[in-house]
Design a protein around this ligand. Sequence first.
Ligand code: ADE
Length: 240
Amino acid sequence: MRIDILTLFPAMFEGPFSESILKRSIEQGILDIHLTNFRNFAYDKHRQVDDSPFGGGSGMVLKPEPLFRAVQHVKTQSAAQKKRVVLLSPNGVTFTQNKAKELAEYEQLILICGHYEGFDARIEKNLADEAVSIGDYVLTGGELPAMVMVDTIARMLPGVLGSAESAVTDSFYESILEFPQYTRPRSFLGMDVPEVLFSGDHAKIASWRKQQALLQTVKNRPDLLENYVPDEEEKKFLSS
Ligand code: ADE
């Protein structure tokens, strides 16, 4: 998958793509990441990318021309058929595991990062296919959201994680949180691993894990249970 990131601050991306799983997937050719500074597509003397808002008001607004040109340019850099232009904005639809799954199907993803200021509305309306927000908070720019999205999408691509199962059993695919995991030592500073995990009874362990996942969800994310269809065993546990 090719991902183009359009940003005024390409240096911000130097760290995250040069470590660990993302680094490996780039080396393996599964991920092909290209950074483009869209200031290079501002053709006036001062290479101006923003201007004051029509109608008045404070702050600056990102101009349409450099971004329209930059998107046009990166589109020509790939023969991909399935392309998606995504604007990172706190006004966008919320980024979720399902949204990541949907975006992971494209061959070329073009992420547009603003910084400080808003975008001229024609960028969202006429250039981007959609606007995406990573959550209900405002960051100084779209760079961190782009990193979050690339990381989430990358781990869904075939070959990125060790086994195909690992992404499927993650939280949110089943709409509830994951069960707690334990490893050695069995006892640490008086904190013991639950006995059931040593029982050797796989059905009992599976049932305990299901209950723990439900408890965790009730505690931290009760909203997820609104859309969750529990099986008979879970129903009984929830009503107990
Ligand atoms: N830019 C600033 N805040 C953002 C957010 N929450 N999501 C996506 N882009 C942003």
